[in-house]
Design a protein around this ligand. Structure first.
Ligand code: NAD
Length: 287
C-alpha cells in the first residue's frame, strides 16, 4: 500500500448531508496522488446548523478548502469572508478556498457547464440560451452564462415554488449583466417553448426531469429540436437522458451532465491547487 499521507498532508473535505454517496473523495484523491500533491480529501456529514462550527474547524485545521453540498450551500454563502461574483448573485457556495484563514466562497456549477460546452467546441459568448429550470443548477448556469457574455437567456419554469427564483435571477442579472436580455416564460406554454427553441443556439435541461427513476421523460417535444441546436443536460444519472438521446438521433451536438459535473469539480481543484485536474486520466480510470 502506498504511504501518501504524512505529517504534512493538507486536508480538504466535502461538507453537507448526506455525503456517503459522493464521488468527490475518489476523484480528488486520485488527482492528488496522480499529481503528487500532498493533500487528502474526506467527506463529513454536516447539517446546516453545524456549518459555523465546520467552517471554524477549517480555519483551525488550516484546511486548504472544501466543497459544500446540499443542504448547506446557501447557509455557507452567509458565513464566508468573501464571495466570488457568481456566488454573490446566486447566494450559494459549493467551493470554499481557505486563504490563510480568510474563507472565500465560489460556485463552480456554472463554470463547469460553460467549460463542458467549450470541450464540445461551443463558446457561450453572444449565444442565445433556453434554460429549463430555476433551481440550483439552472440558476448557476443562467448567471454564469450571463457573466460570460451570452446574448440572451430565456428561462422556462413550471408554476411551482421555483418560479419566483427565476424572477429574482432576472432582477439580479439586470444589475450585474445589463447587456444580457433575460426572459422568463411558463413551461406550460408549449408554443412559446417551441418559438424560443427555434430562435436559440443552446437548449439546456436544468430540471430534475429525465433523472432516475424518471429516466425516459423529457420536457421537450423532439420535433422542437434541430441539427444545429446545441443540447445540454445537467442530469448525469442516467448518463444520457431522453432529451440527449433525442438530440443525438437528429445529429445535434450534445453536452450531457456528467461533463458538467467533472468540470465543476475541476474548477474547484484549480482554485485550491492552482493546477489543472487530470480530468482525462480520471475519466479513463473511472471507465
Ligand atoms: P432543484 O431542486 O434546485 O430544482 C429543480 C428544478 O426542476 C426546478 O426548476 C423545478 O421547477 C424543476 N422541476 C422538477 N420537476 C419538474 C417537472 N415534473 N416538470 C417540470 N419541471 C420540474 O434541483 P437542482 O439541484 O437544480 O438539480 C437539477 C438537476 O441537475 C438534477 O438532476 C441534479 O442532479 C443535476 N445537477 C447536475 C450538476 C452537474 O454538475 N451536472 C450540478 C447540479 C445539479
Amino acid at each position: 500500500m502506498e504511504t501518501w499521507i504524512s505529517g504534512t498532508t493538507g486536508l480538504l473535505c466535502l461538507l453537507g448531508s448526506p455525503v456517503g454517496h459522493s464521488g468527490s473523495p475518489a476523484m480528488y484523491n486520485f488527482s492528488f496522488q496522480k499529481q503528487k500533491i500532498d493533500a487528502a480529501y474526506l467527506a463529513f456529514d454536516v447539517k446546516k446548523d453545524q456549518m459555523p462550527q465546520a467552517l471554524d474547524a477549517m480555519r483551525l485545521f488550516k484546511m486548504r478548502g472544501a466543497n459544500i453540498t446540499m443542504p448547506c450551500k446557501n447557509v455557507a454563502a452567509t458565513l464566508m469572508d468573501e464571495l466570488s461574483p457568481a456566488a454573490k448573485i446566486i447566494g450559494a457556495v459549493n467551493v470554499v478556498v481557505n486563504d490563510h484563514g480568510k474563507l472565500i466562497g465560489h460556485i463552480t456549477d456554472g463554470i463547469g457547464f460553460v467549460r463542458n460546452l467549450k470541450e464540445q467546441g461551443v463558446a457561450i459568448k453572444d449565444k442565445r440560451l433556453v434554460v429549463l429550470g430555476a433551481g440550483g443548477a439552472a440558476t448557476a448556469i443562467q448567471v454564469q452564462a450571463a457573466l460570460d457574455g451570452a446574448r440572451q437567456v430565456t428561462i422556462f419554469n413550471r408554476q411551482d415554488e421555483f418560479y419566483p427564483r427565476a424572477e429574482a435571477t432576472a432582477k439580479k442579472l439586470a444589475k450585474a449583466a445589463p447587456d444580457v436580455e433575460v426572459v422568463i416564460e411558463h413551461l406550460e406554454a408549449a408554443d412559446k417553448l417551441k418559438a424560443a427553441i427555434a430562435a436559440a443556439d443552446i437548449l439546456v435541461n436544468a430540471t430534475t426531469v429525465g433523472m432516475k427513476p424518471n429516466d425516459g421523460e423529457s420536457l421537450v417535444n423532439p420535433d422542437f429540436l434541430r441539427q444545429d441546436l446545441v443540447v445540454a443536460d445537467t442530469v448525469y444519472n442516467p448518463l444520457k437522458t431522453k432529451l440527449i438521446e433525442d438530440a443525438e438521433k437528429i445529429g445535434a451536438k450534445v453536452a450531457p451532465g456528467k461533463g458538467m459535473l467533472l468540470w465543476q469539480g475541476a474548477a474547484g481543484y484549480k482554485l485550491w491547487t492552482g493546477q489543472d485536474m487530470p480530468v482525462k486520466a480520471y475519466q479513463a480510470f473511472e471507465a
